[in-house]
Design a binder for this molecule. Structure first.
Ligand code: PMV
Length: 320
């Protein structure tokens, strides 16, 4: 049996501005994994695929290779497209009936990279089933095609950080740069429990940008400046500066209109509990939030975020 896994992700700095060409920094999160298993099915005709995704209560047969459009229904559509693109990339001919099983610990539409993680896990499992191993670059590209199909005009940061499985400095359309983390630092990653519909939030920013291009451009450039300072801090081990940079980034994200009363309240709760910085992570509106501070205080921060209404919260380490 072939197994492919993929971590979740957190965007540390630069979301939204990254869509407009600014840099962003993201890290993999190993506390949450997506896992795909592929094997030859014990029954079924050649060319068919049995998909089993208990997290979303789905199981059923589908055509493995179909020239027509992939089905519109999420999230099976993503699994299926990732499978088909990988088979096509590897020039796999007619296959016996296959079985694909998917498990994901990543909450959907939560800013933690669920859709890209599922695609990466499936691409890896399908490739392994065929006895092939794909480079992170190719895995990322195949997952990006799935993201583009279902998520509008993504920057590509999610599939990239998840496929490379390393902290990255990302700029749209350029090869990602892996960031060397000089001193490890801790983060609390919390899920507000409210969905973060990336496509809608990105479209909202676009509409407001169209109405006020120079104002939004200024905010995007300022975010880019914060990202570059954060990169230097991470690479030189000056991690005590990251909190203030997160606060700055959060203020700029609020100016873009992508924070929310819940996110604002959770940011305040984290700061009141001693965080040096906190911000939304991902598309916003709801979704994920990150906070940082002294290592000894991270569990207290986690409790404060749960008390403030987070549905889930994890302590995670960057660069460990
Ligand atoms: O909501 P997520 O985790 O997919 O993050 C979206 C990040 C954005 O910068 C808002 C969009 C993008 O494609 O980069």
């Amino acid at each position: 049996m072939a197994i492919g896994t993929a971590p979740g992700k957190a965007i540390l700095f630069g979301e939204h501005a990254v869509v407009y060409g600014q840099p962003a920094i993201a890290v993999p999160v190993h506390a949450l994994l997506a896992r795909a298993r592929v094997e030859t099915a014990s029954r079924g005709e050649a060319g068919r695929l049995w998909i089993e995704a208990p997290d979303i209560g789905y199981s059923g047969w589908t055509e493995l290779l179909e020239a027509s459009q992939p089905p519109a229904a999420e999230p099976i559509a993503g699994l299926l497209l990732a499978t088909r693109l990988t088979l096509k990339h590897l020039n796999a001919g007619q296959q016996p009936a296959l079985q694909l099983e998917l498990e994901s610990e990543l909450p959907l539409a939560s800013g933690m990279g669920s859709s890209a993680a599922v695609s990466v896990a499936v691409v890896r499992a399908v490739a392994e089933h065929l006895g092939e191993s794909l480079s992170p670059e190719v895995v990322s590209q195949l997952a990006f095609e799935v993201e583009q199909h279902y998520h509008g005009t993504p920057s590509g940061i999610d599939n990239t950080v998840i496929a490379y499985d390393a902290p990255i400095y990302f700029r749209r359309g350029r090869p990602p740069q892996v960031i060397e983390v000089l001193s490890a630092f801790g983060l609390v990653l919390a899920d507000t429990g409210r969905p973060s519909p990336t496509r809608e939030l990105v479209a909202g920013v676009r509409q407001r940008w169209e109405a006020d291009r120079s104002g939004y451009q200024r905010v995007f450039s300022e975010i880019g400046g914060v990202v570059d300072q954060a990169r230097r801090s991470i690479e030189t081990g000056e991690i005590e500066q990251l909190g203030a940079l997160m606060n700055q980034n959060q203020r700029l994200l609020a100016q873009l209109g992508v924070s929310s009363p819940e996110l604002d309240a959770m940011v305040r709760a984290a700061l009141a509990a001693g965080a040096s910085g906190a911000k939304l992570s991902g598309a916003g509106g709801g979704g994920a939030l990150i906070a940082t501070g002294e290592r000894a205080n991270l569990h207290r921060l986690r409790s404060a975020l749960l008390e403030a209404g987070a549905a889930r919260a994890f302590v995670t380490e960057v660069g460990a």
